[in-house]
Design a protein around this ligand. Structure first.
Ligand code: ZN
Length: 257
């Protein structure tokens, strides 16, 4: 089975449509969304409706929480402005859909276990696991595992794609992922039975590549393919400005930061 993993759409409808076109062209069996459908960009309602229609499962992100049942306390001013904007634009159905999502989900697929967290297993809504933070987390996870059950843990929240593997991973085999975001051979005893990954962000990439990011997981082979998709960044940025959102949220889309 092939599962498309999408995260951090952040109300960027141009990027989301381009990614869904790419997903449809490549053919997948399921679409899972790792949270933060709203915030930062101009189309929170449209993106929520589209994710709701297309994703087989969606988990809650911190911006989704802040824009529905929570508060943006502690967010920076631009993020806070975008949360307040999202809150104004969401209708009752969209709000009910997002607020019913949980920040963690666990699935059994083809004999493997797939865990989705927006942030981290420790703090599903809030903790950032950047590529350099991930190896220590990976070591901790090892102890709680049944060695005979292949396991994939997918995270969002950082907007930086990465993959860590217990066994060997060929950098040439993971698609569009810079090699600095790949750690492999972390526990030879477990072979390739444990993967920790982040597909990157659809709507606001922060790894220096402005193209929309997502990943595909092949559950039979535990193979992961990272994808980058061109979209109309100019149109998304114009929409941010036209919506009256802070200009820096438009500018960063061009830089992928
Ligand atoms: Zn996010």
């Amino acid at each position: 089975m092939r599962v498309a993993l999408l995260s951090d759409v952040h109300a960027n409808l141009h990027a989301l449509r381009a990614v869904l076109d790419h997903v449809d062209a490549s053919g997948v069996d399921r679409i899972y969304c790792l949270g933060d459908v709203v915030g930062y960009n101009a189309f929170p309602l449209e993106c929520t409706n589209l994710v709701r229609e297309r994703a087989d499962f969606t988990i809650l992100g911190n911006h989704d929480w802040a824009a529905t049942v929570g508060t943006p306390d502690g967010f920076n001013p631009a993020a806070k402005a975008a949360v307040e904007y999202s809150r104004r634009l969401l209708d009752d159905d969209a709000r009910a859909f997002l607020s019913a999502c949980s920040p963690h989900a666990s699935f059994r697929v083809n004999g493997m276990r797939l865990d989705l967290f927006h942030g981290s297993p420790r703090e599903p809504l809030w903790e950032y696991v950047f590529p350099d933070d991930a190896p220590p987390l990976f070591d901790q996870l090892d102890h709680s595992l049944q060695a005979d059950t292949p396991r994939v843990i997918a995270l969002g929240h950082t907007h930086v794609p990465m993959i860590l593997a217990a066994g060997e991973l060929d950098p040439a085999d993971v698609g569009e992922l810079p090699s600095k975001f790949l750690h492999s051979n972390l526990d030879k005893d477990r072979a390739a039975s444990l993967l920790l990954l982040n597909p990157g962000s659809v709507g606001q990439p922060r790894d220096g590549d402005p193209r929309a990011a997502y990943a595909t997981l092949h559950t039979d082979s535990l193979r992961v393919q990272f994808h980058r998709v061109e979209y109309d960044v100019g149109a998304a940025a114009r929409a941010v400005r036209d919506a009256g959102l802070p200009g820096l949220l438009a500018d960063r889309l061009f830089r992928g930061r």
